[in-house]
Design a binder for this molecule. Sequence first.
Ligand code: APR
Length: 242
Amino acid sequence: MLELNPTDAIVVLTGAGISKESGLDTFRDADGLWSKVNIEDVATPEAYARDPVRVLDFYNHRRRGMANPNIQPNAAHVALARLEREWPGQVLVVTQNIDDLHERGGSVNLLHMHGEILKVRCGRTDEVFDWREDCTPMSRNPTTNEAGTLRPHVVWFGEMPLFMEEIQTALSRCALFVSVGTSGNVYPAAGFVDEAKRSAGAYALELNLEPSMGAGLFDEARRGPATEIVPAFVDEVLAGTV
Ligand code: APR
């Protein structure tokens, strides 16, 4: 049973499952992205070096998809933003997702550890730019005006995720670690539950449609669609009955 004090910090890790009911594909469900395209062809530095146009097109397609007016934050995104606003202790959302649905749902204290689809980065200067159109080898760096240096600001397999120091600090201080909509297949995110328990003695709760790879590491699991179980969980935390 979890006893939370109002000053307790909460870390929430989210994955593609939280955006599924907004209409975005997950990666490893039966109809997921990796059932349609190989990671090695579109989501590694080697793929980009081998065929930059193919990689840029893969992310252009996903970026265009974000302009679809039917893709909106869902009740789970909105509930996590409410938790951040109304919980007196710190709430940090660490997302593996590259969509902007947490921001649009109202989250502010948010870290995109795998980058963001609506940003590009210059491979030469490392400068990051908001970017909503297609990115091609002809796209020009807005600062230097040079072409051919822009890539998706997305962390590929084999690259170091972002904000790891901030994340590790938050994990070492949290009383509650919640995982939402992730299969626990990809490290370092999949190791955060163990880190929170070992370094902070955190209570670990998994909110997921089905057991993740790391399900056995959690103190408690609630099964169901994120739009149902996340708002219910937030209501309980704010009512002091979790
Ligand atoms: N509500 C809650 N959970 C859901 C829902 C839903 N409506 N739909 C699916 N899920 C769960 C699935 O059961 C699965 O456990 O979400 C999880 C999605 O897992 P993945 O597709 O593996 O996505 P994720 O865990 O975010 O992948 C991690 O892998 O490919 C890389 O960089 C990519 O960030 C991604 C990382």
